[in-house]
Ligand binder design. Structure first.
Ligand SMILES: [Zn+2]
Length: 63
């Protein structure tokens, strides 16, 4: 994976009109619907066991 995934929706207004922010640098996006700029930041990996309560993904997908 050479580049980060792009956000699909603005976290503030939910619009899809997102563009990479050239002013703020890599990982920054701007929403042209609500005129907000934000940055996606990778915080790190979850500790082992942190997802223990999450539903297993290997059960065929049936809820
Ligand atoms: Zn927005």
């Amino acid at each position: 994976m050479s580049e980060r995934a792009a956000p699909f929706y603005c976290p503030y207004c939910g619009d899809e009109d997102l563009w990479p922010s050239e002013d703020e640098g890599h990982g920054a996006w701007e929403c042209r619907s609500c005129s907000r700029a934000f940055r996606l930041t990778f915080l790190g990996l979850l500790a082992p066991g942190a997802t223990g309560s999450a539903p297993a993904a290997s059960d065929g997908g049936t809820p």
